[in-house]
Design a protein around this ligand. Structure first.
Ligand SMILES: Cc1cc2nc3c(=O)[nH]c(=O)nc-3n(C[C@H](O)[C@H](O)[C@H](O)COP(=O)(O)O)c2cc1C
Length: 224
């Protein structure tokens, strides 16, 4: 299979280009092809056991965007100006517990495991949840699924940046109120899905006011 030979310099340029875009140029829309490309990188993201415990809602309806504003203090300007605005949902316990129907569906229909592999994988997954990671509460299971949905977030933002598309990840919202709204107005079954993050895509209105600040790599890495 062919893989890209994009240079390290180009990749680092994209990482420097990406910043949490505070305001987008509302006149600049992403093409369908561009947003499909970004979403495909979420689809191709890795997840624990390959169970893809996520769902993404692309909110293009302006009325629905308005409804999000009162529950998402970090989002109003992005809701007004972003070309595309995505809600990153993660699965809750009824979907991800080792004996859930969804897990069986993934193994049987998506991965098309034979029966003996399903049995082995189920044992392994049960043990992982109950012993290795101690995922014994609904909250822990949701947070574990969320961790994986954030991998898709990072991949979407990086892929976007490599393609000259801006983004902003958003956790500035009241989780309980936002989920109540999703249940009431977005048709989300919040017994099964929770809101992990929002993320906006588009093109910046202006370059960032301040240069990127980061600690030195040597200060965040220990070699042994
Ligand atoms: C999980 C997550 C949640 C964030 N939530 C918000 C937010 O609600 N509003 C916002 O403007 N920026 C938000 N940010 C952006 C961060 O403030 C920003 O990434 C950080 O300050 C580093 O700056 P840079 O991304 O421009 O390099 C969030 C970032 C992450 C990763």
């Amino acid at each position: 299979m062919k893989t890209s030979n994009i240079s390290k310099e180009d990749i680092l340029n994209a990482f420097n280009f990406r910043h949490a875009t505070k305001e987008f140029d509302a006149t600049k829309k992403l093409s369908k092809d561009d947003i499909d490309f970004v979403l495909k990188t979420a689809n191709l993201s890795p997840s624990s056991f390959g169970f893809e415990p996520w769902h993404f809602i692309v909110v293009q309806d302006q009325e629905l965007r308005e409804l999000l504003k009162p529950v998402a203090w970090g989002a109003p300007v992005k809701l007004d100006t972003a070309s595309h605005f995505i809600l990153g949902l993660s699965m809750k316990a009824p979907m991800t517990k080792w004996n859930a129907d969804y897990i069986m569906h993934m193994m049987k229909d998506i991965k098309q495991f034979p029966k003996d592999v399903i049995e082995m994988y189920t044992d392994f997954y049960k043990n992982f949840q109950e012993t290795d990671f101690d995922l014994d509460t609904d909250k822990k299971l949701f947070d574990w699924a969320s961790k994986q949905t954030y991998i898709a977030l990072a991949n979407m933002m990086t892929a976007a940046a490599l393609h000259g598309i801006d983004s902003c990840p958003i956790e500035g919202f009241h989780q309980e109120k936002a989920e109540a709204l999703l249940q009431e107005k977005f048709g989300v079954d919040t017994a099964k899905y929770g809101l992990s993050y929002m993320v906006a895509f588009g093109h910046r209105k202006a370059d960032p006011e301040h240069p990127k600040t980061r600690r030195n790599t040597e200060d965040i890495v220990t070699w042994k």
